[in-house]
Design a protein around this ligand. Structure first.
Ligand SMILES: [Zn+2]
Length: 408
């Protein structure tokens, strides 16, 4: 078993699921400390410098530059240690299966080639799956294992070229807090990559612009028997608001560069009701248009039902990091070239969501996202081909070599 596969099989068996109901604390779950402690120990054993683990389960470490690259800017590599709350993730039992075509079985759970057309690419290959009860936790233990395997390789072969490397493993990415407490000045990287993508070869530097709109409807409640021309049912008004938003701009009807309105929660009675929507668009102007449409819908309903019936509060969440990449396109170019050198056909793909990289980029650390080779993240059907784990480490080796010469 190769080093990266051995690490991956081990890391996924350490529980580290995050908890969206405990956002106030970082990490949101105590078990993430176990993963952080393990990585602190392993990075120290690999001879990294300045290995640090803090009370929030952030682990950082440095690897000195290879000979001749000491004066060049440091490059960061970042992955997250938590796993998604979307499915059970405790007691992961990974297994390697030989895929011979047809449905891929994770225990008793099947993924068919119709559900995942790329499966055909892996016929005759070994694939890591869970036992079907839990996530595999490849998101993002694959990224963690790939970075650690790269570090081990660089420490074992000091002739491999690379600038000073800064590694960060962060908690709570899946609940939106991943890199929030990463102190960038201390971290010391000039640019970085997150290793947290999916399909092999994907390089991403575009994300949505994101906002959330919280709607409050105040109804007029009277006895239903004598309600004629008086009652304003808050639930009905919420229905009206939802119907005013374009139905074709919902996640289930959009793809690629199309944005959406998505209702993520609704609560209430006839006398008062609330709803939350997330608004997403790759264009800043498109996001502004969606915010306006929410407010226009509220204004229309207030004209119909009376002032103060509907209010909408909008707050921005994150922005498309693409706007920060002017003049540093080499971050994307180097990633594409490193993939090709590792025998992987690269593709630039916009992320229909955000990453740790979105907030890091806006805080001043430009940070595209690289693939880990994983499929069907956030599901018990999650899988990763063994060869994809190994190819990603090769790709990272080629990538860091590119930063061992000055960038223009
Ligand atoms: Zn992830």
């Amino acid at each position: 078993m190769s080093d990266v596969v051995e690490r991956f099989m081990r890391y996924v068996q350490v529980d580290s699921q995050s908890d969206p109901m405990n956002e106030a604390e970082t990490p949101s779950t105590p078990c993430q400390h176990d993963m952080a402690r393990l990585l602190e120990r392993e990075l120290s054993e690999l001879g990294c410098e300045e290995v640090r683990r803090d009370e929030h389960a952030y682990v950082t470490a440095g690897i000195p530059a290879s000979k001749g690259a000491e004066a060049l800017p440091a490059l960061g590599l970042i992955a997250h240690i938590d796993t998604a709350p979307a499915a059970p993730a405790s007691g992961v039992r990974p297994r390697i299966v030989r895929y011979e075509g047809g449905p891929l079985l994770s225990g008793s759970v099947a993924t068919t080639p119709e559900q995942c057309p790329d499966l055909e690419l892996f016929r005759g290959q070994d694939i890591v799956v869970s036992d079907g009860r839990t996530l595999l936790s490849a998101d993002d233990k694959a990224g963690v294992a790939e970075i650690c395997a790269l570090v081990a390789r660089l420490r074992a072969n000091r002739d491999l070229p690379h600038p000073a490397l800064k590694v960060a493993f962060v908690p709570d990415e899946e609940i939106g807090h991943g890199a929030r407490l990463l102190e960038l000045h201390e971290f010391g990287a000039t640019w970085a990559y997150t290793v947290d993508g999916e399909t092999l070869g994907e390089v991403s530097y575009e994300t949505f612009n994101a906002a959330q709109a919280d709607v409050v409807v105040t109804g007029v409640m009277v006895h239903p028997g004598s309600a004629k021309d008086v009652m304003i049912n808050a639930i009905t008004v919420l229905h009206e608001l939802d119907a005013l938003l374009p139905a074709w701009e919902r996640p289930e009807h959009t793809e690629g560069y199309e944005g959406f309105f998505h209702c993520i929660g609704i609560e209430g009675t006839e006398s008062g009701a609330t709803a939350s929507y997330i608004l997403r668009d790759f264009e800043a102007a498109g996001l502004e248009r969606r915010k306006r449409e929410m407010r226009d819908a509220a204004a229309f309903l207030n004209a119909r039902h009376g002032a103060g019936t509907v209010s909408v509060a909008v707050r921005d969440e994150y922005r498309n990091m693409a706007e920060c990449f002017d003049g540093i396109g080499f971050l994307v170019e180097n990633a594409l070239a490193a993939n090709r050198e590792a025998g992987i056909e690269p593709v630039v793909r916009a992320i229909r969501g955000g990453t740790d990289g979105s907030q890091l980029t806006f805080r001043g650390l430009p940070c595209p996202n690289l693939a880990t080779g994983t499929y069907q993240a956030h599901s018990v059907r999650e899988f990763v081909p063994v060869a994809s784990l190994e190819a990603t480490v090769d790709m990272l080796e080629h990538l860091v070599a590119k930063f061992a010469v000055a960038q223009r």
